[in-house]
Design a protein around this ligand. Structure first.
Ligand SMILES: O=C(O)CCC(=O)C(=O)O
Ligand SMILES: [Fe+2]
Length: 323
């Protein structure tokens, strides 16, 4: 496959229930592996059986039902917030892509309002399923944040903020026969962090250090991919890598994925803890007003800048400053 090197080993980390007790040896081992994966790759596969396969299958089934709704209905999923509404196939994103946004998905009423837009008589099975999945993905994300702060020996307050979880449900159409086509352009995530699950068909690719792309294949049916976003990179003073990734489609099957994004509330400032800053590691980023950065990243001027550079353009300190 063009430009893809399948040789590089991508980290898969199993979260066994017995290791999820904070402070135990198993927990500490997981913390180190998570830290290393996020510093080296900016993402990893987490095998997590606490989210049942039945729940995932139900969610993907509902998604397949939803994409069949008329465009006029799907367009009702709109939002003043970038990235929160329905996007249909278009040149800007990709002609293969379609995505829905369910904001504040761990809040039942919010999921219910979304369902009522799509199905005016409501759809309790949709609301229950997406709310449960959104809540469980939010829990998994919290667990990973806790592992990161423990691995750096930081206090619980060092990565604390008010946020909502945006669940995006995405479909990527199969490309024309024999083609290898873009399903989603290369980018780094602007939310703080992301968890993605897919329905059997692979397509997600990450850019590794040397400019090569690897496709994440053979993800287990209990796996999620955790992705470090730009704000988490800024928080860690550049230690955690916000990885450039994209979706590339080949073969004759459509791909479905569901992602949970951490979206801090308006007014949230991401500050680098002082523990990350010293003479050898001068401060790289200004305090980051999340919402200002988020709006900037989806604004017209930002379209002319390489997506992976936006954090540096917006918040980079040059020269870096020491404490
Ligand atoms: O669908 C996927 O696997 C990735 C989606 C993604 O990277 C995004 O929406 O930011
Ligand atoms: Fe992404």
């Amino acid at each position: 496959m063009p430009g893809v090197n399948p040789e590089i080993e991508f980290p898969a980390i199993e979260f066994r229930l017995s290791d999820l007790k904070r402070g135990t040896e198993g927990w500490n081992r997981l913390c180190k592996r998570v830290q290393e994966a996020c510093e080296t790759f900016g993402c990893f596969e987490v095998v997590y059986e606490k989210v049942s396969t039945k729940l995932r299958e139900d969610a993907f089934g509902l998604m397949k039902e939803m994409v069949e709704l008329p465009v006029e209905t799907k367009q009702k999923n709109n939002s003043p917030m970038p990235y929160h509404g329905w996007v249909g196939p278009c040149k800007q994103v990709s002609v293969l892509y379609e995505g829905f946004g369910v904001g504040d998905a761990s809040n039942y009423d919010s999921v219910k309002s979304f369902a009522q837009l799509m199905w005016p008589n409501g759809h309790p099975h949709f609301s229950d399923t997406i709310h449960t999945l959104g809540t469980q993905m939010e829990e998994l994300n919290k667990l990973i944040w806790l592992m990161l702060i423990d691995s750096y020996g930081l206090g619980d307050d060092s990565l604390k903020m008010n946020y909502t979880t945006l669940v995006r449900m995405m479909k990527y159409m199969a490309p024309p026969p024999g083609e290898y086509e873009r399903g989603l352009f290369a980018h780094t995530d602007k939310p703080v962090s992301t968890l993605i699950c897919e329905d059997q068909i692979s397509g997600l690719e990450i850019e590794v250090n040397d400019g090569q792309w690897i496709k994440l294949t053979n993800l287990s049916p209990s796996s999620f991919v955790f992705v470090v976003g730009d704000p988490l990179k800024a928080w860690s003073n550049g230690r955690l890598k916000s990885v450039n990734h994209r979706v590339m489609m080949s073969g004759d099957k459509d791909r479905y994925s569901i992602a949970a994004f951490v979206i801090p509330n308006e007014g949230t400032i991401i500050k680098t803890p002082k523990e990350f800053i010293d003479d050898q590691h001068p401060r790289l980023f200004k305090d980051l007003d999340f919402m200002e950065f988020f709006l900037y990243a989806f604004s017209d001027p930002a379209r002319h800048i390489d997506n992976g550079e936006l954090l540096h353009v917006f918040a980079g300190l040059s020269p870096p400053v020491s404490n």
